[in-house]
Each structure stands twice: as structure tokens, then as C-alpha cells.
Design a protein. Structure first.
Length: 336
């Protein structure tokens, strides 16, 4: 069977363009891969086009729009997920147009499909008191409890994404008078973030207790499960939820759903409340655009209130005379 132009483009897209030319992360490649798995399934089940027969001329803008609608209606995907799938398709067709300029118009019709607007969601975060209570839940008398405390403390204190935490090796934690954590973020971008001394002490004790400070273990995963394998996102979420349930029994400050990313959001909001400049917070979180960081400023109502109080003096005197005592005004009002 002769390979189709789609199979050739797709193979080169995943084996050469994404990892070698664009140097995207493994997680991005996996997300793009899942998009095309869904697209192939859609074409076979809904469009009656078998994967081995699928060619680029089949992938019209109309078909792609039907695919996006199918994601929302049949698979109940959110607008965000729909837009992520479209972003993967946009990337593929931008690559394809450079490989086959004779089909430029066909590909650009797909690239022109706009992302769908969605409601601006509230940035969910925990108060400092809630974070403190959450970190009080792990049992420090057990090995697992001490690991969980070090993990959650580091997740909050570094503002790391869950995947960044999972990917940490022992050598990525640098102790000393100014402890730092070396994080590898989206696009394999590396950043060094400062760690508070209390958190650093917890991590150092955890490393020492588990004999991870031996020279040959420097490239071992920093946090592992009972099988000594690298933790998964689901594993970290399970650990966080377990202690959130325990903390919720003691206070109503813990929301019903506590997600891992909420600790990152919480750290950002707390830094803002402490008066840290947005530029520093952007670099701390590893954002490529300051606009992404600005969502935390918009989310914090207390910060807005303090900013307004500092920006504008009290122009209205609270010791104003009672208008009821003005007889001329009262007479005028009664004649209206």
C-alpha cells in the first residue's frame, strides 16, 4: 500500500519537526498525539474514512470544524479542551504548508479556524491559613507522612507545576544558605527558584532519611511511590486530596475540590499580597508573557481594595451635616 501524504506529514511532524526543530516537551508531544488519535477515530467512525486511506485533501476546514463540534457534543469536552485540540491541528497545518506550498490555500483555511471564546474562570486559590492547615495534616511520625509534607511544602513554596515537581531529580535541589530548586518547565525552559529555609530543611531531612544524598543517586527522582517509581500526576493529586479531606473536617476554609494547580495559584496570589512585583512573579512561575501573570492581580479582590485605598485619598468628609436639618431643601423637596 502506498503511503498517503497525510501519513508522511504526520510521521515527520512527530519524529522530526516537534522534537528536533521545535524542541517541544514530551508532554506537548503526548497531547498532540492524543489529538490525532481522536481525529483518526472521528474520521473512521463518523466520516467513514479509514486511517490508511486518509489524505490531506480529506482534512478540509469543514471536516475539522465537524471534528471540533464532535469533541464538544459527543465527547463532552470543555471549550478549553476543544481549543487545545485546535492548537495541535494549527501547529500541524503550519508545518504542512511549509512542506507543501502548492496546497497553501487549503491549509490556511484550517489555520484560520478561530479558537472559541470561553468564560473567564476564577483563579481558585487558598488563603495562607488554609495552606498552613493543609500542611499540618501529614503525620510526621511516619516515613510516608514526612515524604508527603516535603512534597506538598515544596509544591507550594516553589510554585511549581505538577509535572515540574514529578520530573525533579535529587540534584535539582540545591541546599545551602540560599537554597534553590531547578525546575524544567514548558518548552524545556529551565528556571531557578528560591526556596524558603523551612521548606529546604524538610527536603534535606527527607533526602537524608531516604539515603538519596549518596553520589550515585543524584539523578534519581526526588519523589517516588512505594514501588520506588516516579510519581504520576494522579499520585500527587491523590496525596493532596487525602490531606484536603482531613483539613476540611476542621475548617470551612478548605474548598470541596482542591487541585494541585491551586497551590501554584495560591503562591502567586500570596506573593502579590506581599507586594512582590509582577515581573518577579512572572519569572518565578516561568510564564513567557506577563499577561498570563496578570490574572492573579485581577483575581485578588483584597489586593484591588488596598491598591485603591493607596491610590486615592479620602475625598469625602464623613462629618457632613445632616441634610434633614436643611429646612429650605426639605420645603423644596415637598413641593416637587
Amino acid at each position: 500500500m502506498t503511503p498517503t501524504d497525510f501519513s508522511k506529514h504526520l510521521t515527520d511532524f512527530f519524529s522530526n519537526y516537534l522534537p528536533l526543530q521545535k524542541n517541544v516537551s514530551k508532554n506537548t508531544i503526548k497531547a498532540y498525539r492524543d489529538t490525532f488519535k481522536l481525529l483518526l477515530y472521528f474520521c473512521e467512525s463518523e466520516e467513514k474514512i479509514k486511517p490508511e486511506k486518509l489524505s490531506m485533501h480529506h482534512l478540509s476546514s469543514d471536516l475539522i470544524e465537524r471534528f471540533l463540534l464532535w469533541l464538544e457534543t459527543e465527547r463532552n469536552c470543555s471549550v478549553s479542551t476543544r481549543n487545545l485540540r485546535l492548537a495541535a491541528l494549527h501547529a500541524f497545518f503550519r508545518y504542512a504548508q511549509s512542506e507543501s506550498p502548492e496546497s497553501l490555500f487549503h491549509y490556511q483555511k484550517v489555520i484560520a479556524i478561530p479558537v472559541k471564546k470561553k468564560k473567564q474562570s476564577i483563579v481558585e486559590h487558598l488563603s495562607p491559613e488554609a495552606v498552613r492547615l493543609l500542611l499540618e495534616q501529614p503525620d510526621r511520625t511516619t516515613t510516608q507522612g514526612r515524604r508527603d509534607l516535603a512534597l506538598l511544602s515544596l509544591l507550594y513554596d516553589s510554585g511549581a507545576r505538577v509535572q515540574e515537581l514529578i520530573d525533579l531529580s535529587v540534584s535539582d535541589f540545591v541546599a545551602g544558605s540560599n537554597p534553590i530548586l531547578i525546575l524544567t518547565g514548558k518548552g524545556n525552559k529551565i528556571r531557578r527558584v528560591p526556596i524558603m529555609n523551612n521548606t529546604a530543611v524538610l527536603v534535606q531531612k527527607y533526602i537524608s532519611e531516604n539515603k538519596l544524598d549518596l553520589p550515585h543517586k543524584c539523578n534519581y527522582p526526588l519523589f517516588t511511590n512505594k514501588q520506588h517509581s516516579k510519581l504520576t500526576k494522579e499520585g500527587v493529586a491523590y496525596i493532596l486530596n487525602k490531606y484536603a479531606v482531613m483539613a476540611r473536617e476542621k475548617t470551612d476554609k478548605i474548598p470541596v475540590k482542591v487541585k494541585c494547580h491551586m497551590l501554584r495559584h495560591s503562591k502567586a496570589v500570596h506573593l502579590l499580597q506581599a507586594g512582590v512585583n509582577l515581573i518577579y512573579i512572572r519569572d518565578f512561575l516561568g510564564h513567557s508573557d506577563i499577561k498570563t501573570t496578570e490574572i492573579y492581580a485581577r483575581a485578588d479582590s483584597e489586593l484591588k481594595r488596598k491598591a485603591l485605598e493607596n491610590a486615592y485619598p479620602d475625598l469625602v468628609d464623613t462629618n457632613l451635616p445632616d441634610w434633614n436639618e436643611n429646612t429650605d431643601l426639605m420645603n423644596w423637596l415637598s413641593k416637587l
